[in-house]
Design a protein around this ligand. Sequence first.
Ligand code: NDP
Length: 324
Amino acid sequence: MTLQPNSYVVLNDGHKMPVLGFGTYAPPTYTKEQAEESTKVAIEVGYRHINCSFMYGNEVQVGRGINSKIADGTVKREDIFHTGKLWNNSHSPERVRPALERSLRDLQLDYLDLFLIHTPLECKPGDDLFPIDENGKTIYHHTDIRETWKAMEVCKDAGLVRSIGVSNFNCRQLELILNMPGLKYKPVCDQVECHIYLPQSKLLEFCKSHDIVLVSYGVLGSSRAENWIDQDAPRLLEDPVLNAVAKKVNRTPAQVAERHLLQKGIVVLAKSFSPERIKENFQVFDFELSEEDMKALDGINKKLRYLDMNVWKEHPEFPFHDEY
Ligand code: NDP
């Protein structure tokens, strides 16, 4: 398999997505300015795919990072593939375009390459990221996700986004969109947690059969944000099988974890805000894993979801009760 730094997948609407993306979510222990500096480093190192979201609260800084690399001539806008996401509080159709326009304003970009519904879990429309009632319970709201999707299609037709897709959707939720009457554009991708501990084989097979790209997050074992993730969960990069393969091919565990998914046709997101590791994580195009190594890594599966989103498990659209 020939994978190169400029390799991409062709999406079902004809646009091209670079196979390795730079993740920009960081827990509150990092500053927003680090997102800006790291985005610049990532572009200098060679990343052309940037994954961001309104919910990360750093679109201003990530946009500054991108625009400064355009201004100094390192890249042109068309070289960059930028992903943004619609947050849970903006699923009502009339809120979709304004939410997108706010992101574009913050990013100082004219268009997004990809706009995703961040999760199928709609919360009360409003400005709160996590609206809760007086008992501390999330205030749910239920727009038919197909109505949200239609509003996403309108954004594509208006030229504000090149492609549209979803994130954290299970197979049933994808099917709901694929089977909707009058569907104009299929989701180009489903961005989900996927790594050696959660290989997502069935969802991957389903996505491939519908020409939907699976984009993986948590590939390096997640950012382990204290407010989201069980701090006792095993550390993926310390996995003995992963480390044995890494030693054998003379690469780091992070590089092997990424390469394993890339060789399966999965688009990989990797986050680091350390210049050395940003570089390290991009050096995955000059080695190949053998069939034997791939098999060893495929065999690890712990069915471990770092980002279980259990705070929303009562939501009628909670995606992770289903097997996939
Ligand atoms: P990753 O799985 O990419 O892991 C990031 C963590 O690994 C950080 O703590 C980072 O620390 C560390 N790390 C990075 N490189 C190395 C390395 N070479 N060696 C050792 N440690 C390393 O994190 P995420 O779960 O955050 O996923 C990546 C991206 O995916 C996010 O930034 C975000 O863009 C996206 N995402 C999307 C979600 C969605 O709902 N759609 C949910 C979660 C993430 P350091 O920075 O110090 O290097």
